[in-house]
Design a protein around this ligand. Structure first.
Ligand SMILES: Cc1cc2nc3c(=O)[nH]c(=O)nc-3n(C[C@H](O)[C@H](O)[C@H](O)COP(=O)(O)OP(=O)(O)OC[C@H]3O[C@@H](n4cnc5c(N)ncnc54)[C@H](O)[C@@H]3O)c2cc1C
Length: 445
């Protein structure tokens, strides 16, 4: 029998390396499970990314479970996905999310992570809480179950002994912990320190992100429906000489006060090579070029009046050989970086965090053997995250592979399953607690 009695539960000292979305989620999950958690972050959070982030029900349900004050993030509740023609903006497809809450018990949400906080300080009278702040608040506040987590900034992890359970930082400090979670993102150091050699190649597509203010949209008189609670797409499929790598993803966020854009294009059109998000504002001409000349004039009009234009260079990672070693496990982008086309990267990091919270809870023996618990974590999480990673790569080539549109192009659920497409049902019907309970006996001590 795997279930442990309360007396067998051992409170763990946990070190989370990286205080991004996944690190904060892991800290909350492990705090709720009864552990003492410290988060070590390389910087001071002033430079968070100000792009929109959609949080589907498979991620949102855990935020609710952990008692995160979701409304404090001023979420936009999405009502539809709209597919538009690149040249004309004509609506080609429409996937309604009206019944999403009834079906999955939670609305699909859209938030803005931090820099927008700085942006709002500069541009508006109110300072809003964003998704990252919302998670950090839940992790560190007195209220709520468990011991408040501590956050230690300006700590860059440079070395790690997975067997001994120690991490050393660039400032020379070394800490020890029973459980170490590498949540240090796409260029993870912890991943390398546990012996993973990533197989990475440049993606065929790259991205720029930017924002347009609602007041500017109103002044311009362009696309009044851009602030509707929807994600709208242009392009993303081949058409009359247009590459599928041209794609726009537009959605309102921050209480509909800004409209956030992801602008994709073939990689050869950028000079940026460093993976991930860069804090370097680019001129509008760098973003609007090539076949952007034939983009829907309404959309181009908005992009010409955008602010916060910054590159987000994309690389494709093959699934990693392993995610854990000794007392160390990686999660989120450190474990399974994916193309952004399923809007699931952060949701997968939240699910990773949830798995850790379940495995190292009072219901199991794994607080007595962290290594076994981490083996179970990898067994639970890797197949699902790898499947989403692969579906995200497929959606780079064809927008019809995106969750939501995948059900429209194959209306019968059975047909979608036959084509092995990722569907909303597959993402949201999943019951992780049952999965952990089923697999745990094979990893029992
Ligand atoms: C264009 C684009 C759009 C996206 N849109 C969505 C979306 O709509 N929905 C969604 O679910 N996901 C989306 N994602 C994915 C999502 O942003 C990521 O998957 C998510 O942020 C990963 O969280 P993380 O905690 O693993 O990494 P991060 O949030 O990147 O956090 C990593 C943290 O570790 C810190 N760190 C790094 N190295 C060290 C070190 N050596 N020592 C200490 N700290 C360190 C960093 O400073 C950072 O704070 C998108 C991604 C892209 C590229």
């Amino acid at each position: 029998m795997v279930n442990a009695t309360n007396s067998e539960f051992k409170q763990l000292k946990v070190a989370v390396i990286g205080g991004g979305l996944g690190g904060m989620a892991a800290a909350i999950a492990l705090r709720r499970a009864g552990h003492i958690v410290s988060i070590y972050e390389r910087r001071d959070f002033r430079l968070e990314v100000g792009a929109s982030i959609s949080c589907a029900a498979n991620g949102g349900k855990w935020l609710r479970e952990w008692g995160v004050d979701i409304d404090s993030g001023r979420p936009t509740h999405l009502m539809k996905l709209v597919m538009r023609d690149w040249d004309t903006g004509k609506i080609l497809n429409n996937y309604s999310l009206e019944e999403y809450e009834e079906s999955w018990g939670i609305v699909t949400l859209l938030h803005v992570p931090s820099v927008s906080r700085e942006w709002f300080k500069k541009n508006a009278n109110v300072c809003r809480v964003d998704m990252h702040e919302m998670l950090m608040q839940t992790a560190t506040q007195e209220e709520g179950e468990g011991i408040p987590c501590s956050v230690v900034i300006d700590h860059i992890a440079t070395a790690c002994d997975a067997e001994a359970g120690t991490v050393t930082f660039a400032n020379g400090e070394t800490i020890s912990a029973d459980l170490i979670i590498g949540a240090d993102g796409i260029r993870s150091a912890i991943r390398g320190l546990i012996g993973v050699t990533p197989d990475i190649k440049s993606a065929n597509q790259t991205c720029y992100r930017c924002n347009v203010r609602r007041e500017d949209i109103q002044k311009l008189g362009l696309m009044p429906d851009s602030t509707d609670p929807a994600i709208q797409f242009w392009g993303g499929y081949t058409k009359e000489g247009l590459s599928q790598y041209y794609k726009i993803v537009m959605s309102p966020c921050a209480g509909e006060e800004i409209v956030s854009f992801y602008c994709f294009m073939p990689t050869e059109m950028t000079n940026h090579t460093k993976e991930g998000f860069q804090f370097a504002e680019v001129p509008v001409e760098e973003m609007i070029k090539g076949d952007y000349s034939r983009l829907d004039p309404q959309c181009i009009g908005l992009l010409e009046n955008s602010v916060d234009r910054m590159p987000w260079r994309l690389y494709v990672h093959q699934p990693y050989s392993h995610w854990t070693r000794g007392r160390v496990g990686v999660l989120g982008d450190a474990a399974h970086p994916m193309m952004p086309h399923q809007s699931q990267g952060a949701c997968m990091a939240i699910e990773d965090a949830a798995a850790l919270g379940l495995i190292f809870s009072k219901n199991y023996h794994f607080t007595r053997d962290v290594r076994k618990g981490l083996e179970l974590y990898e067994a639970i999480r890797k197949p699902r995250a790898t499947r989403v990673q692969a579906a995200s790569a497929r959606a780079t080539e064809n927008l019809n592979e995106r969750i939501g549109f995948s059900s429209l192009s194959a209306p019968e659920k059975a047909l979608a399953a036959l084509e092995n497409k990722l569907t909303v049902n597959e993402m949201n019907d999943y019951n992780m607690a049952t999965h952990v309970a089923k697999e745990a006996p094979a990893f029992s001590l």
